[in-house]
Design a protein around this ligand. Structure first.
Ligand code: SF4
Length: 444
């Protein structure tokens, strides 16, 4: 009998990708074949995101694609959007199963059970659908991705206790929790054994690692975790996902500086460059603390990459606040900017804040920050010309070239050579091409 097939469409963050990969492995263990989402499949899984209304729209589009591709197939909708708006998704044409952020890990078992014959949602009582993520019930489900030959997203933490006023994630993923160092190290060893050369530590608020771990009480922290991971045999390159500025300790920066395997790449969400707006966002730091963290990194690791997330158009953000943000960003040695336009989210406090920033004004501010972002990136690249760097080469071939990233997250290219895939070589960063690329001539 031909094996059943399942196809995944994963939207949103690295955490979703690490979890989809783990759920897919459960299906493989049950004899399913994983096929591409563009193909006909017996089961389609849409792993959703609810971080913005645009993300939700993309999820609904993926569901209707699956429905068109094979109207006979079962469609399972899982993850954050499903956790927050189950009924809305359950009522979409073709949707059979809606599972939130806890029960999604039982999806393969669920599909094998007679229950899968009747449509179900997290509101319908069944042993698979326990999606109560209130703090005492939320458990930590370890995950790591194996889809990419070169790097893996390793989940170390889930949920968040911060409740920033614009953010729906605590409502979708529950309170902050994590595994234990031993459990994460054992996942890392599985990744090392699969030949992957780089892991990205992912979660919702990774700096909060150890807050509520699977042993129930706090005994470990993120710095201890990094120490343990960097001491693993044949440890791969370790890249940190985004870390809240107030949780980035001097000890973490020093450990990164001294380590061969922890990459000098810091993703520090800023969100706003005005203390008044940071306060309205209920962020846990001031401009002064943020700047202090950035300069603390650069003092110890001058070539470190610092990537910052910013939100434009937050309610109450005036032209003066925006100008303050632009000046603040320009005053700091930030390498990359990730720019988001404020998006109203259900059950968030920011919904009550006034005045709203008109859409055209949001778009204008976003455009201005994209110009700043380009200048920042270009300046960072110019600073790195002539430096030696280690590059991990990837398997994608484009226009006869292959790509890789340096330790400080600079993309470099070289003529295609399959011998280089998933190997680390030392290169010297040449002049940029007119197109703004680093091209390494025949890197072998
Ligand atoms: S720290 Fe704030 S923005 Fe980040 S996940 Fe938690 S609540 Fe959301």
């Amino acid at each position: 009998m031909k094996n059943k097939t399942v196809a995944f469409q994963t939207l949103g963050c690295k955490l979703n990708f690490s979890e989809s990969s783990t759920i897919a492995r459960n299906f493989i263990e049950k004899g399913y074949n994983i096929v591409d989402f563009n193909e006909s499949a017996d089961i389609y899984v849409v792993h959703t995101c609810t971080v913005t209304s645009v993300a939700e729209k993309k999820c609904r589009a993926a569901i209707s694609q699956a429905n068109r591709r094979n109207p006979e197939a079962k469609i399972a909708v899982i993850g954050c959007y499903a956790q927050i708006k189950p009924t809305e998704l359950q009522n979409l044409p073709g949707v059979d199963i809606v599972l939130g952020n806890q029960s999604k890990f039982n999806l393969a078992e669920y599909m094998e059970s007679p229950l899968s014959e009747r449509s179900s949602s997290i509101n319908s009582p069944c042993s698979f659908c326990d999606d109560d993520i209130s703090d005492k019930n939320a458990v930590f489900n370890p995950s790591w991705s194996a889809g990419d030959r070169t790097r893996s997203f390793l989940k170390v933490q889930d949920g968040c206790d911060h409740f920033c006023t614009y953010c729906a994630i605590p409502h979708a993923r529950g309170r902050s929790r994590s595994g234990t160092i031993d459990q994460v190290v054992s996942n890392l060893n599985e990744i090392i054994n699969s030949g992957i050369k780089e892991v990205i530590l992912t979660g919702v608020n990774i700096g909060d690692f150890g807050k509520r771990n699977t042993n129930g009480f706090r005994e470990e922290n993120f710095t201890q975790l990094l120490h343990a991971l960097s001491r693993a045999n044949n440890a791969p390159r370790i890249r940190m996902g985004s870390i809240e500025p107030e949780l980035l300790t001097d000890e973490l920066i020093k450990l990164t500086h001294e380590s061969e395997v922890i990459m000098p790449h810091f993703h520090l969400p800023l969100q706003s460059g005005s203390d008044e707006i940071l306060h309205a966002m209920r962020r846990k730091y001031s401009k002064e603390l943020y700047a202090d963290r950035v300069w603390a990194i650069k003092r110890l690791i001058p070539h470190a990459c610092i990537a910052a997330d910013v939100i434009t158009g937050f309610p109450g953000e005036t032209e003066k606040h925006f100008a303050e943000m632009k000046d603040f960003i320009e005053s700091l040695p930030i390498s990359f900017l990730h720019i988001f336009t404020y998006s109203e989210r259900p059950n968030t406090k920011a919904l009550e804040l006034k005045p709203k920033v008109p859409t055209h004004e949001k778009q204008l501010r976003s455009k201005i920050l994209h110009e700043v972002a380009e200048q920042k990136a270009n300046h960072f690249y110019l600073e790195n010309i002539g430096r030696d760097e280690k590059v991990l080469w990837e398997s994608v071939r484009r226009k006869g070239l292959m790509e890789g990233f340096t330790s400080n997250y600079i993309r470099v290219k070289t003529p295609w050579n399959k011998e280089l895939i998933n190997t680390i070589t030392t290169i010297n960063l040449p002049e940029l091409t007119p197109e703004g690329d680093f091209i390494i001539p025949n890197s072998d």
